[in-house]
Design a protein around this ligand. Structure first.
Ligand code: PRX
Length: 667
């Protein structure tokens, strides 16, 4: 057995220098790295100055009792005031904040910052009328409509932490979140549009309210936006509990005096699934979080608020929607696109059409979406003029080098840098990423921690690994947008993130991210997937990401997922599931041998898959992450486990069926 923590298998020679023009006018330049490292607190204090503080802080960081941090101690501010009012007061009220695009074509609406101010104030008054006070929790279960953002900001304005639950989650998922954070009010809609049809949301809230009550928690009010106009189910309306948005909000006063809250006042709770047990309520607070979002959105996307049109395709039900649709862009006074629907409705080029129509300049999406466009072929995006784009971003998973290059070439016309941004619900904001005007990007690498952030790759003992080796990704210094705890469970917070590498006097506390990573020969970071997914083949720890990327670099492959399955000879063996590009048809008779040979050539014999299965779909969570746990069940011929968090529960039948139909190679 070798002692290596994680093997470094793949090599990548391609580099993309920043465009000269971008480099010349970049918001953040190379000097910031050293300046921030020399005095991180001073650097973060400078970033906090991007915000309007009602009262300035006395102390930048209180890290006296790790892992419990306080940032900008003694400062007071209002997050909604920073995202809306201050832009209006500065004379930018007529600037468009949100170009909203509904899924049904021609259903669009643009809101200026002045419009947004009015809407937020009305909603804040209406929520107050419904009994919401500072500190009360409000759950939001809405489609991607402007009211979702308005409600989040109205909550922030009132100091009432919101918890947004993704509209695709079931009533059970909603109920457990309502009960866990004891939500007083739920804001929802009759329904939303998905792939051309109206699907109901209100029934899930009705059910969740009953389930939460069974667990001893009573939701007091439900505020309902009429989005689709669909008929409500018989008996769904409960007078005294259910209230229409248009009754409560539309007539409310558009004047609202905001209160200023402590920098550490809770801003929101975002639930994220743990490996086991109940979801974790990640708590973010106000001053540090908003500083992190505003700074990173400005630096990593090089935002020029006067000229850019920004679009992030995430759902507001995920942290990406919180940090990079709501808090970052609005704190920076950006103009952005908000799209309600799916990328393929009513046609597969819908996203590219929106980019063309609105002249989008900065575009932020996920690798899973990019790979699905690769599968469909470039003819679809090629029909649109996307020359307005100047920066592309990626988030959520490692982006395979081939997907990165495709994104850059086909979507970005080979002009645009791609920023591969690594972060988590817990980190609140981007931690590791290229800077578009500074970094020569390497496809597949998130490169280095951004100025102000300290990341390291360490071995089992917590010692930094040398360049060219793999290990565990940690953050070695506190940062303003860090999670403050898990809602109601400080112990779980300590156990999950801070006990894997206990603090020593020498290095202090390390935040354990749960991801494997390597440093290449230049010291740049490559994120290699969750450590729970690492495979151990003949004593070598192999990352799923590197083998998947090798498969995706084959011209017939659009997407791949790799897992380890028990093997008598090698401990574990590599099993791969691949989706072919449409143009490759069924791949031909020798596809399996061809792909095994390709991996052997790209990475080496150790990584050669024992089995390769060509499948039509892969099991993914609703935020697009591949659920390798379910694929391990298939690879080990087990009954497939819990599929409740799958986006499409029929996918596993397709895959299991494929396995028994013999399209696998047992060689
Ligand atoms: O495994 C990493 C992966 O997504 C995880 C965080 O997921 P979540 O909390 O849902 O937040 C997603 C949006 C920030 C990480 O632990 N991940 C995210 N971005 C990247 C990534 N893996 C590799 N490269 C990335 N750019």
């Amino acid at each position: 057995m070798t002692e290596e923590t994680l093997s470094n298998l793949s090599h990548e020679e391609r580099r993309f220098e920043p465009p000269a023009e971008l480099a010349a006018s970049a918001n953040l330049t190379a000097e910031a790295y050293e300046r921030a490292a020399a005095d991180p607190e001073a650097f973060w204090a400078e970033q906090a100055e991007r915000l309007d503080w009602h009262q300035k802080w006395d102390r930048v960081l209180d890290w006296d009792d790790p892992p419990f941090a306080k940032w900008f101690v003694g400062g007071k501010l209002n997050a909604a005031y920073n995202c809306v009012d201050r832009h209006v007061e500065a004379g930018r009220g007529d600037k468009v904040a949100i170009h909203w695009v509904g899924e049904p074509e021609d259903d669009t609406r643009s809101l200026t910052y002045a419009d947004l101010q009015q809407e937020v104030n009305k909603a804040a008054n209406a929520l107050t009328e419904l009994g919401v006070r500072a500190g009360d929790r409000v759950a939001i279960y809405l489609p991607m409509i402007p009211e979702a953002i308005v409600t989040m900001l109205a909550c922030a304005r009132l100091g009432a932490p919101h918890t947004v639950v993704f509209g695709g989650f079931s009533s059970d998922a909603l109920a457990s979140r309502l009960a866990d954070c004891q939500a007083k009010v739920v804001v929802t809609a009759d329904g939303g549009y998905r792939r051309g049809s109206a699907s109901a949301l209100k029934p899930a809230v009705d059910e969740a309210r009953v389930k939460a009550a069974d667990n001893g928690h009573r939701v007091e009010k439900v505020l309902v936006v009429r989005r689709t106009g669909q008929e409500l189910a018989e008996g769904s309306w409960e007078d005294g509990v259910d209230v229409w948005w248009h009754d409560a909000v539309d007539g409310a006063s558009a004047e609202h005096e905001c209160e200023f809250f402590d920098s550490e006042h809770p801003l929101y709770v975002m639930y994220t699934s743990g490996t086991t047990g109940k979801p974790k309520g990640i708590l973010h607070t106000t001053g540090g979080y908003l500083t992190g979002c505003a700074y990173t959105h400005w630096a990593v996307f090089d935002l020029k608020p006067e000229t850019d049109v920004y679009w992030c395709t995430a759902d507001i039900g995920w942290v990406t929607g919180h940090s990079y649709i709501v808090y970052g862009p609005l704190a920076n006074g950006a103009t952005q696109v908000l799209y309600e629907g799916t990328p393929d409705s009513p046609e597969r080029g819908r996203w590219w059409k929106i980019i063309e129509q609105y002249g989008v300049t900065i575009f932020y999406t996920a690798p899973t979406a990019i790979r699905s466009f690769m599968k469909q072929g470039r003819e679809i995006p090629d029909r649109h003029d996307m020359s307005s784009l100047r920066i592309l971003g990626s988030v959520g998973e490692p982006i395979n080098p081939e997907a990165y290059v495709w994104y850059r070439e086909v979507i970005g016309g080979n002009r645009t840098p791609v920023v591969d941004t690594w972060w988590q619900t817990e980190t609140g904001a981007i931690m590791i990423s290229p800077l578009p005007g500074v970094t020569a990007g390497k496809p597949g690498s998130a490169m280095t921690a951004i100025p102000g952030v300290a990341a390291e790759v360490v071995n089992d003992e917590g010692h930094p690994v040398p360049d060219g080796s793999g290990g565990y990704l940690v953050l070695s210094k506190p940062w303003p947008s860090m999670l403050r705890t898990i809602w109601g469970d400080d112990q779980r917070f300590k156990d999950t993130y801070w006990s894997r590498f206990p603090a020593t006097a020498e290095r202090g506390a390390y935040y354990f991210a749960g991801d494997g990573a390597k440093k290449d020969e230049d010291g740049d970071i490559w994120v290699l997937g969750r450590v729970d997914d690492v495979m151990n083949v003949s004593g070598h720890r192999l990352s799923t990401t590197e083998i998947e990327s090798a498969l995706v670099s084959h011209p017939k492959v659009a997407e791949a997922a790799v897992v380890g399955a028990k093997d008598e000879d090698t401990g574990q063996a590599v099993c791969a599931f691949v989706i072919l590009r449409d143009e490759a048809g069924d791949g031909g008779d020798d596809i399996v041998a061809e792909l095994r040979g390709h991996v052997r050539k790209e990475i080496g014999p150790i990584a050669t898959p024992r089995q390769i299965m060509v499948v039509p779909e892969l099991p993914k969570t609703r935020s697009g992450k591949i659920m390798r746990r379910l694929l391990r069940d298939v690879a080990e011929n087990r009954e497939v486990g819990d599929v409740t968090t799958l986006a499409d529960s029929t996918v596993m039948d397709l895959i299991s069926g494929r396995l028994t139909s013999g399209r696998s190679d047992e060689a």
